[in-house]
Write a protein that binds this ligand. Sequence first.
Ligand SMILES: *[C@@H]1O[C@H](CO)[C@@H](O)[C@H](O)[C@H]1NC(C)=O
Ligand SMILES: *[C@@H]1O[C@H](CO)[C@@H](O)[C@H](O)[C@H]1NC(C)=O
Ligand SMILES: *[C@@H]1O[C@H](CO)[C@@H](O)[C@H](O)[C@H]1NC(C)=O
Ligand SMILES: *[C@@H]1O[C@H](CO)[C@@H](O)[C@H](O)[C@H]1NC(C)=O
Length: 569
Amino acid sequence: MMGLGVAKHRNRCFSMRNTFTRAVVLTIAMLAVGGVVLRSDVDVQSAIAKTAASAREAMSLQKPLGHPESAGWGGPVDHPPKQEEQDEKNVTAEDSKPTPSSSSRVMTCDYDMDRLRRWQQQFGLQETFEYTKRYIQASRQDIPRRSITRLQQDFLVDAVKVVDVNKEYEAETCPEPLLAPVTKSPYPATANGSDFMFGVSTTYQRFTDPRTSPINEWSYWLTDGKGNSNGGKLVLLLVDAQPEELEDAYNKLSSVGIDVDVYRSSSSLIMAVRYLALAPTLYNHPERPRRKWLVVCDDDTFFPSFHALADRFAQYDHERPMYIGTFSEDVNNIERHGPQAFGGAGVFLSRPMAKIIAENFENCSSEQKIQESNTGWGPQGDIMLRNCIYQNSEVKLTLLNDLWQLDIMGDPSGFYESGIKPLSLHHYRGGIWHLARPFQYTKVAHACGEDCTFQRFQTADGFIISNGYSVAYYPRGIDFDLNQFERTFRAAPEDKGWNLDFRMGPQRPSLHNTGRKIAWELLEATVNPDGSVSQVYVGKHNDSRWTNPDGTPMNNRDGIIEIVWLPEA
Ligand SMILES: *[C@@H]1O[C@H](CO)[C@@H](O)[C@H](O)[C@H]1NC(C)=O
Ligand SMILES: *[C@@H]1O[C@H](CO)[C@@H](O)[C@H](O)[C@H]1NC(C)=O
Ligand SMILES: *[C@@H]1O[C@H](CO)[C@@H](O)[C@H](O)[C@H]1NC(C)=O
Ligand SMILES: *[C@@H]1O[C@H](CO)[C@@H](O)[C@H](O)[C@H]1NC(C)=O
């Protein structure tokens, strides 16, 4: 994935398909003959980019259509009233003025029509759509992580540009990058997972289906992103898998750098028991002596901030029997199933805890225990685990509420746009739950550090970038409490309206269909060879959420906002 940009670039420049590419190649050849030493990849690329820009100018291509009336997106074209400074919490960052770092990275604001056409196809956009590109320079400072940081700069510098995929456009000068103060948080590549061993039970079919395959997600929190293990161990159980399937799973995971053992489990055990069996399986693993925490999780559990996770667990006493996890956010689920760790958020067992479960596994998985775990919704592995612990020890659950089971449905924006720094995420593969792309969202951490994922930046002209998730514009101003979750999502039936309040606090009303909010959501992100990260945020003209109260769309065009995060030089 990371190599894609380069490969395509090469193809585009050296295929000699048209006069333009030939001109570029010729110019580069002349530069080379002229004794210009092209030192590194980055320099080659910037040379190509610059040459391309002048070649395009020489061909007198057109300018993209400025489209100022749509820049109001259903609201006043003027900037929204600036919000009064509030002092509550850390929502109002002081207007920090980071010093621009001398970045050697080249900013390119050309119109790469191959990419724009690919996006238009891939995301099903209109042939004519809005395209805004903005660079953000991360400025790492000795500051705490803020849920929202106010910037003095505007997000939009010019009128919104409209491009037609059937045309070509001349390159433009990039505006000054936005300067974003961020913490000096560590990068995902340096995480150390060696205290942990994770156990997951799934099927080969779910493992390989592109809609459910967890390989990318696991590579984020189990490797350095460059094909090397971070020390974390994965024990994968595939139900009824054939030997060649086990081997295939092993090869796929090893090839991206994940330290994994793959085993077959049998469907003769019911799912709840297979789940409970993960604890003794991890405990009996030969690598147990080197691990402090044995973690039972689902194939859609994601750890977005591994440094923070490891730091948090370093504070617990791994030599005591400990059972650490979190409840469902939905009070109905606690009423139905009881107050145990809900497994999708991750259940962390110290070795002495896993030992107790392993020693009592026979009894804990008896027919009677299976029946006791059935609350009318079928036997529940989470309940079997709790009962096994509670009936065989004095240990009680330690709540860690930065883990999230995410029993929410519908539009999850209100969660991901809350400025939160979650330690786990779950239920993001759609179906009856919500759809999200944490592997894409967290790529930006490679450029600006783990803390900056989901961190919010509010620009002077009324945009809020929820980094990695969305860019939202509020044409009537930001006159609501940014400390509260926006209730864009709902609880599973029966939704009483307050199911989630004990965990999330009462949520502020959704801005769907009010004409007060329109957002572009991240569908794709790329870590570039120079260390910058490109994010593609997409908005659809007919997204049913972004309408005025009378039902008319707030914008009549699809749009892409491309943000490129520049790491500090
Ligand atoms: C705001 O940040 C300051 C500085 O780090 C911190 O001491 C304070 O506790 C924070 N306040 C709140 C309400 O989070
Ligand atoms: C990772 O953590 C382990 C155990 O805490 C430690 O022994 C090891 O040196 C660490 N590795 C690195 C590369 O820091
Ligand atoms: C299982 O439970 C029964 C009854 O509580 C007890 O007599 C027996 O020793 C237990 N077996 C094991 C292996 O712990
Ligand atoms: C939005 O419009 C596109 C065509 O531009 C169409 O394919 C899609 O189904 C529409 N979506 C909705 C929700 O109406």
